[in-house]
Ligand binder design. Structure first.
Ligand code: ATP
Length: 204
């Protein structure tokens, strides 16, 4: 099973790392692939370029061989639709099934994604809790993994929830703090913070 973790990663932070490590252990994945978007469809275009965001992900993942960068959305250019990425990966690895990882806020907007039903025909979803976000339980409730089922038995079409150790890091909050030159301690890996400072990112 291939585990894909999409995001704007503007910038990548400790909440993203924790989510990936927790899911890896909880579901016995060999690795988790981080997919920085090129153009995030549901957000304003980041002022920091895709190449910079990708490099920040590389720096953040360096200490964790089990966490890998997958730059297919950046290489593809254009709007980064999950369905296109899922199709690209299933074409590339037809023997593998796909799990798409996300936080609760992303899941709550899932019905507004391009072809959500088709995504679920081709992949499973793992949804992680996030502080102060209540998961919307009206989104494909018939597909929730039942307590007597194992995700390993499904190549696609199941949604499973993972209760994460609460982590309050958020990219929006980090950008606001950096702009005000306030401390972001605990939320950014040191090499990420250093690269941001050296390259004057998130100052405006
Ligand atoms: P923003 O604060 O601007 O919403 P973000 O911190 O959510 O940004 P993204 O790149 O949008 O960063 O996140 C990628 C994925 O990681 C999303 O599915 C999001 O829900 C999830 N995520 C991010 N931070 C956390 C966290 N602290 N706990 C759980 N999930 C998270």
């Amino acid at each position: 099973m291939i585990a894909l973790f999409g995001g704007t990663f503007n910038p990548v932070h400790e909440g993203h790392i924790s989510l990936a490590l927790e899911v890896k252990d909880a579901f016995n994945f060999e690795s988790i692939e981080f997919l920085p978007s090129y153009i995030s469809v549901h957000r304003d275009t980041p002022r920091v370029s895709a190449e910079f965001r990708k490099h920040l992900v590389e720096l953040a993942l360096e200490p964790y061989p089990c966490l890998k960068l997958n730059s297919c959305e950046i290489d593809r250019h254009g709007p980064s639709y999950a369905i296109d990425t899922v199709e690209f990966m299933t074409d590339k690895y037809p023997q593998q099934s796909i799990c798409w990882l996300m936080g609760a806020d992303s899941f709550n907007s899932f019905l507004s994604w391009k072809n959500p039903q088709e995504i679920l025909q081709k992949a499973n979803l793992i949804v992680c809790t996030r502080p102060d976000i209540e998961i919307d339980s009206n989104i494909f409730p018939s597909l929730y993994l039942k307590s007597n089922e194992s995700l390993d038995d499904f190549n696609s079409g199941r949604i499973v929830f993972h209760e994460m150790q609460p982590n309050s890091c958020s990219s929006t909050k980090i950008r606001q703090l950096l702009k005000q030159q306030l401390s972001v301690s605990g939320c950014l890996p040191q090499p990420v913070l250093e690269f941001i400072h050296t390259n004057n990112l998130y100052k405006t």
